[in-house]
Design a protein around this ligand. Sequence first.
Ligand SMILES: *[C@@H]1O[C@H](CO)[C@@H](O)[C@H](O)[C@H]1NC(C)=O
Ligand SMILES: *[C@@H]1O[C@H](CO)[C@@H](O)[C@H](O)[C@H]1NC(C)=O
Ligand SMILES: *[C@@H]1O[C@H](CO)[C@@H](O)[C@H](O)[C@H]1NC(C)=O
Ligand SMILES: *[C@@H]1O[C@H](CO)[C@@H](O)[C@H](O)[C@H]1NC(C)=O
Ligand SMILES: *[C@@H]1O[C@H](CO)[C@@H](O)[C@H](O)[C@H]1NC(C)=O
Ligand SMILES: *[C@@H]1O[C@H](CO)[C@@H](O)[C@H](O)[C@H]1NC(C)=O
Length: 509
Amino acid sequence: MAFSSRTWLLSSAVLFSIMSLSCGRVPPNSGPVKAVNLGGWLVTEGWIKPSLFDGIPNKDFLDGTELQFKSVTTGKYLAAELGGGSIIVANRTSASGWERFRLWRINETTFNFRVFNKDFVGLDVKGNGAQVVAVSKTPGSSETFEIIRKPNDSSRVRIKAPNGFFLQAKTEDLVTADYAGSGSGWGNNDPSVFVISFSGKLEGEFQVTNGYGPKKAPQVMREHWNTFIVEDDFHFIKTNGLNAVRIPVGWWIASDPTPPDPYVGGSLLALDKAFLWAQRYGLKVIIDLHAAPGSQNGFEHSASRDGSQEWGQTDENIQQTVDVIDFLSARYARSPSLYAVELINEPFSPGVSLQNVTKFYKAGYAAVRKHSSTAYVVFSNRLGPMESRELFPLANGLKGSVIDVHYYSLFVSAFDNLTVQQNIDFIHTNRSQELNYVTTSNGPLTFVGEWVAEWKVTGATKEDYQRFANAQLEVWARATFGWAYWTLKNVNKHWSLEWMIKNGYIKLT
Ligand SMILES: *[C@@H]1O[C@H](CO)[C@@H](O)[C@H](O)[C@H]1NC(C)=O
Ligand SMILES: *[C@@H]1O[C@H](CO)[C@@H](O)[C@H](O)[C@H]1NC(C)=O
Ligand SMILES: *[C@@H]1O[C@H](CO)[C@@H](O)[C@H](O)[C@H]1NC(C)=O
Ligand SMILES: *[C@@H]1O[C@H](CO)[C@@H](O)[C@H](O)[C@H]1NC(C)=O
Ligand SMILES: *[C@@H]1O[C@H](CO)[C@@H](O)[C@H](O)[C@H]1NC(C)=O
Ligand SMILES: *[C@@H]1O[C@H](CO)[C@@H](O)[C@H](O)[C@H]1NC(C)=O
């Protein structure tokens, strides 16, 4: 097969010297990486370690939490008329986009509400000051509200406006901040009472740090960084058949020790330690910029504040991200463990255009090369609608470039009802074809930078999991740069490579 022979050739000294002669210096390739991600460490993901959020007061009202409000008097939902840019009404019988309000948390009781078109709810300062509208692009004091929850029944709330009065649904199409009633009995006749429901939440770095606030967050995060991944983990990785780690980091690491609010300093020291341990145990490090300023995909794992994706929309924002890559490359270029720099993880299409991400990739590549002629530079394919070779024209002229593809048998309905065998066949046929398509003899190297032996099958046996993991390992072995399991540690056991190895589900040695 073309693939196995190319893998062999790439890892041999023969091709290395040929390439050195024909196109200058390329990074040494000592065989594909068998890596594990250190997910949930320097970039928080609540589902990986839920206990990290335990100490946050009022912890179900975090940044990005999406609330719906049903007026107890009209029996209908609040909505931003037209999705924003207009008044707030209380006349919707069901709740979808325009009826959702995303929180920006000021502190445990005080919030801004962001509506569908990203405007903020506030008081109509141009009118009589009591009409509630969603017209402001940035939140100020007129857009700042207190949420008061009914004691012992947290599904009922009242909302206190900055003018000191409560919001009320006066009629279905008139929502005002002029209700003075202080001794509310929380009953169904009180127009200032709303029943809330949740339609979304985020548990990322922004949520955890802003949730604890500036006094507690530094202590909580440092404790997490010092205990979640320790030197022993590198020993475990080394002695269980792996040769590399992919380490997700956030953009704020570059301004350590004083990153912008609400982020806290100290993740850079943790990364320094990881490099030290990697060197001690002979492991390679792939630095992965997992969270870029503004968020490149709106997920919590890119530290989105409220689900918005705003990365890549301006030249300033792209330049700021290049500076982060420059900083990291400069800091670690002399470490023998620095193997690759992944410029950005999973930018989302179409929100991030191919043109803009390409501009960033070119500048990011140059920033790495300024400091290292040998580190690989990894370009993550976009998520969402895209052509899986769309980065080839870019990668073509750039030595040591790698395309990262992520293969999960989850998240889309196509996997909903597959049996164990169908899942395994999917790896051997569909995924195999996909990987073959991006793995070409004269193109960039390929990296399955995230995968997991988890699926939508319920009640699978240990043997089923072993077969599923082995099928993936067999196919991913053809990725010319290598692969990385997502992730080393996770309360969800199949997502924890440590658990999978310790319990005999996956064997790499
Ligand atoms: C929350 O912020 C508001 C507005 O800045 C302030 O008035 C209030 O005292 C703060 N509450 C707490 C608990 O810090
Ligand atoms: C809330 O419930 C607790 C015990 O369940 C009770 O002691 C307390 O009085 C209640 N508070 C209110 C305001 O109803
Ligand atoms: C809700 O009220 C607004 C303002 O009066 C009106 O334009 C809109 O058509 C109403 N929507 C529904 C579903 O009744
Ligand atoms: C791409 O960047 C330009 C600025 O260089 C900006 O005007 C445009 O909106 C961006 N496109 C997207 C989809 O963000
Ligand atoms: C999966 O099965 C359920 C129950 O039979 C069905 O409702 C659903 O449409 C199926 N999903 C897909 C993607 O085929
Ligand atoms: C996998 O590939 C087969 C054969 O090409 C195709 O029939 C099937 O629809 C694919 N499955 C999915 C989920 O894309």
